[in-house]
Write a protein that binds this ligand. Sequence first.
Ligand SMILES: Nc1ncnc2c1ncn2[C@@H]1O[C@H](COP(=O)(O)OP(=O)(O)O)[C@@H](O)[C@H]1O
Ligand SMILES: [Mg+2]
Length: 93
Amino acid sequence: MTCHPHSVNSERFRALRTNLLFAQRTQGIQSVLITSSVLSEGKSFVTVNLATVLAQTNKKVLLVDADLRKTTLHTILNLENEEGLTSYYYNKR
Ligand SMILES: Nc1ncnc2c1ncn2[C@@H]1O[C@H](COP(=O)(O)OP(=O)(O)O)[C@@H](O)[C@H]1O
Ligand SMILES: [Mg+2]
């Protein structure tokens, strides 16, 4: 589920984007880990919405669903899931 652009959640993701871009400039961070210990705590939700607000600033965003047990990003983004990450990797070798 992606947030409506005018929702409070969307505003929070834009604030997160601002803070991350600021931290990139001031502290040189290059990676951020979005994780949790159990299923359904919102990792995919945060990831897809963060990717969306980053893409809205015309940044190139590559979103890879590497959850081999419970892929959900294609469903959220209403995309086909014809080839998984593992098959893609082996087919391209
Ligand atoms: N902050 C949130 N507000 C509304 N719905 C949320 C929120 N976080 C997660 N969800 C919903 O909860 C469900 C599980 O979230 P998901 O991101 O798939 O969890 P995970 O990737 O950690 O397994 C999804 O239906 C998602 O839309
Ligand atoms: Mg997930």
